[in-house]
Design a protein around this ligand. Structure first.
Ligand code: A2P
Length: 269
């Protein structure tokens, strides 16, 4: 019997981790985050995703989730949507501290620093829960060893959906060692598309095209000599943002062939 296996609730397969939920925070009717214990042997690179699951009846159901916590953290964090009839999220949205969440053993993904060639400025483009892998990377000191400036764009329909990102900035500012490492290198750029109550308006694609993103940030337009990009959002958002980066002369990279930008779809539909 493997260590810990004797504590597993009945029916859970042997080849997965069974972890304990530590905290749950609901942001809106369709967004929440949770933290859970991290298995002792579990290694990942900031920005990667894992398969997260629950026992539903007598069967496990899994979906891909970006790990939102950084690689050094002793707990694991995830940021999730709630789909009323979603096979996993209709159940996952009800978890409470003490509940068991499953995780398959192997993490993977392309939104990792290793997949980018060296540069000065790192753009992270996200919509909705696509901010999750960047929640990991902006809390990893290695990001700031590799880049002088880190720009995190997050676009949602409504301002309430930006709260997770605002909380992350607050957490970093108040963190004993991260606040010093991050300094003023991290520049958040939150925008909304269907909420007139917030000053920053528009899809990130429109803001790149018009150049407003760059004038607002006081940086030059995208340049393959200095700029690197990571994109995480819906399939359409990836396609449109990728086209703009390519038009600016950046090339897509991968773990096996680092280049100037990488993409990953925001999971869970
Ligand atoms: P919009 O309100 O104009 O559709 P969703 O909730 O549909 O996943 O969208 C999340 C955010 O991503 C919304 O602000 C949405 O803007 C924006 N968005 C949707 N599609 C694209 C796209 N192709 N390119 C850029 N932003 C997009």
């Amino acid at each position: 019997v493997a260590p810990g296996a004797e504590n597993k609730p009945a029916g859970i397969p042997d080849n997965v981790y069974a972890e304990t939920v530590l905290a749950v925070e609901h942001y809106t009717d369709h967004l929440f985050r949770f933290r859970m214990t991290r298995p002792a042997g579990f290694r990942f690179r900031s920005g990667e995703f894992a398969m997260i699951g629950l026992m539903v009846g007598d069967k496990p159901i899994y979906r891909a989730y970006s790990i939102a916590s950084p690689a050094w953290d002793e707990e694991l964090e995830f940021f999730s949507i709630k789909v009323p009839d979603g096979p996993l999220t209709s159940h996952l949205q009800k978890i409470k501290p003490g509940d068991t969440v499953l995780m398959r053993k192997k993490p993977t993904g392309t939104l990792v620093l290793d997949a980018l060639t060296p540069g000065k400025r790192l753009y992270m483009f996200s919509t909705g829960t696509g901010i999750a892998p960047f929640a990991s990377l902006i809390r990893d000191p290695e990001t700031y060893e590799k880049f002088d400036e880190v720009i995190l764009t997050h676009t949602c329909r409504e301002v309430a959906e930006l709260k997770y990102g605002f909380d992350l900035m607050e957490e970093i500012r108040n963190h004993e060692f991260l606040s010093e490492i991050v300094g003023d290198k991290l520049k958040p750029y939150p925008t909304v598309t269907r909420d007139p109550s917030y000053p920053n308006q528009g899809r990130i694609t429109d803001l790149i095209e018009s150049g407003k993103l760059f004038t607002d940030l006081g940086v030059p337009p995208l340049d393959p000599a200095t700029d690197r990009g990571m994109i995480c959002g819906s399939t359409e958002m990836l396609k449109d943002t990728k086209a703009l980066l390519e038009a600016a002369g950046l090339t897509e990279g991968a773990n096996s062939q680092p280049a100037e930008f990488v993409i990953e779809r925001a999971f869970v539909g």
